[in-house]
Design a protein around this ligand. Structure first.
Ligand code: PLP
Length: 475
């Protein structure tokens, strides 16, 4: 084969993928809509793809790149001369490290028992993963069922001597709304507990907007760390995020150093050993080229499109926008008992070429949250708002004609009796076959699958979801 043959094969593999460009895939990807940004990013990534950011003494260029990006993030997000940070591989790793640092600090300060993480239910799942990996107990903070913002009164009630960290989002991924950061951080500070602001998805947008309702960054008293992803609205390729803190001691809490083996002395600021420098260099290049003005333009364009989209969705019968979308995310819910089922709507939109991400209904104290569709709006979607609204209106009428997806009561009853921890991989394969998703084949219409997942006990649903990917990942 020639290299061209190989590349042709790779390109052919992509034929089954959702488009990464064009603004119709409204989750997972961030398309600025400007090809020249991507050309620059690709060139910078190519120049650094063999460099190992593991050792900045061997590759001082990487230290420069990291320091410049951390400095830029700090300047944008309320940092000052004491702010330090770490580049990570993405939002999840930034959140993991924030939790790890807080746990280490809590232990160092004599915390006894199992540390707790106070987590609004809308905080990104990465924090649930952190609690799982680093053995913290999660205390769920309910959100207001109308605004979907974390309830400060619940934070006040849950803070105790076992609390290692409180989290708030700017904004939350599921609904795109801003938690009351000032109130939450003040409560945490009064209890001597660190507070992390997860601005992974909004941190490179909100600072450029005029109408953000309240401060949310490191300048807010009580905020001790903040995460922001460059591979989202920094329009860098996948693999780069920033974790900031005003407290250099706190940063040390997630670093790892060992001289305890016969190999090279190891210092790892992140979870990885070898660290790809390519995405860092690409982020640096895009940042250097766009500068504050370039980012402001892109952020405002996406934000204005989001506002127009939210207003338009509000005019479609049977649909409503959840809460106040402050940034560039929108969550769409069924309006009233006779409104449009959004799981069916997602299938109808998929048939029209749009990915709107289904989010199942969620039970919580103080009022359940409805099923929603999540829309991440970027520059590429901005030029297509009218087309999107027209397709949504059409899809809403088509979805109304469909039966509402309900889980098979027999399957749900059988699942309730299952102990998911006792299931073998083969047994999970068998259950998935019964549920109609055997062999990793997903049906054309996903609404019934989402309805089933929502109706199952969470541990059973989680085991079956892992089972689906287990089937997908078989050579
Ligand atoms: C608020 C928030 N936090 C964390 C993450 C996790 O980021 P990543 O997917 O880069 O690991 C996301 C991803 O969308 C997010 O929106």
């Amino acid at each position: 084969m020639t290299p061209d043959d190989v590349l042709t094969e790779l390109t052919a593999l992509q034929a089954g993928d959702l488009p990464t460009h064009g603004g119709a895939t409204m989750a997972y990807v961030y398309d600025s809509g400007r090809a020249e940004i991507e050309q620059l990013a690709a060139a910078a990534q190519g120049a650094f793809q063999w460099t190992n950011a593991l050792d900045p003494t061997a590759f001082p260029s990487v230290a420069r790149i990291e320091n410049d990006l951390v400095g830029a993030a700090a300047a944008l997000l309320g940092g000052d001369g004491t702010t330090v940070g770490t580049l990570t591989s993405g939002g999840t790793e930034s959140c993991l490290l924030a939790v790890l640092a807080a746990r280490e600090r809590w232990r160092r300060r004599g915390g006894a028992g199992r540390p707790r993480l106070l987590l609004p239910v809308t905080a990104h799942a990465a924090f649930r993963k952190a609690a799982h990996l680093f053995d913290l107990e999660i205390a769920d903070v309910p959100v207001d069922p109308v605004t979907c913002r974390a309830a400060p009164s619940a934070v006040a009630g849950l803070l105790d001597e076992r609390t290692a960290l409180v989290v708030a989002s700017a904004p939350s991924y599921p609904h795109g709304v801003l938690d009351p950061i000032g109130e939450v951080a003040a409560l945490a500070a009064a209890a001597g507990v660190p507070c992390h602001v997860d601005a992974c998805i909004g941190g490179w947008v909100l600072p450029f907007l005029d109408d953000v309702p309240e401060p949310f960054d490191l300048s807010v008293p009580g905020v001790t760390s903040l995460s922001v992803d460059l591979h989202k609205y920094g329009y860098a390729p996948k693999g780069v995020s920033v974790l900031l803190t005003g407290d250099p001691e706190l940063r040390q809490e997630h670093w790892f150093a060992t001289a305890g083996w016969p190999g090279y002395p190891v210092v790892n600021p992140t979870l990885a050993g070898t660290r790809p420098a390519g995405p860092m260099a690409a982020a640096w290049a895009v940042h250097r080229w766009l500068g504050t003005d370039g980012y402001r333009q892109l952020a405002r364009q996406a934000h204005e499109a989001t506002r127009a989209l939210a207003a338009g969705i509000g005019r479609i019968e049977g649909l409503r926008v959840v809460g106040d979308p402050v940034s560039t995310l929108v969550a769409v819910a069924q309006d009233g008992p006779a409104g449009v089922d959004v799981l069916n709507l997602a299938d109808e939109m998929a048939a029209r070429g749009w990915l709107l991400q289904p989010q199942p209904p969620f039970a919580q104290d103080g009022g359940d949250l409805p099923a929603t569709l999540h829309l991440t709006v970027t520059g590429a979607t901005a030029g297509r708002v009218d087309a999107l609204l027209a397709d949504l209106a059409d899809a809403a009428r088509a979805a109304e004609a469909l039966p509402r997806p309900v889980a098979d009561p027999g399957l749900v009853a059988a699942a309730a009796a299952i102990d998911p921890r006792a299931l073998t991989v083969a047994e999970v394969d068998g259950l998935l076959e019964l549920a109609g998703v055997g062999g990793g084949r997903l049906p054309g219409r996903m609404a019934p699958v989402h309805a089933l997942v929502a109706a199952l006990p969470r541990p059973v649903a989680e085991r079956l979801l892992a089972g689906v990917l287990d089937l997908v990942y078989r050579p």
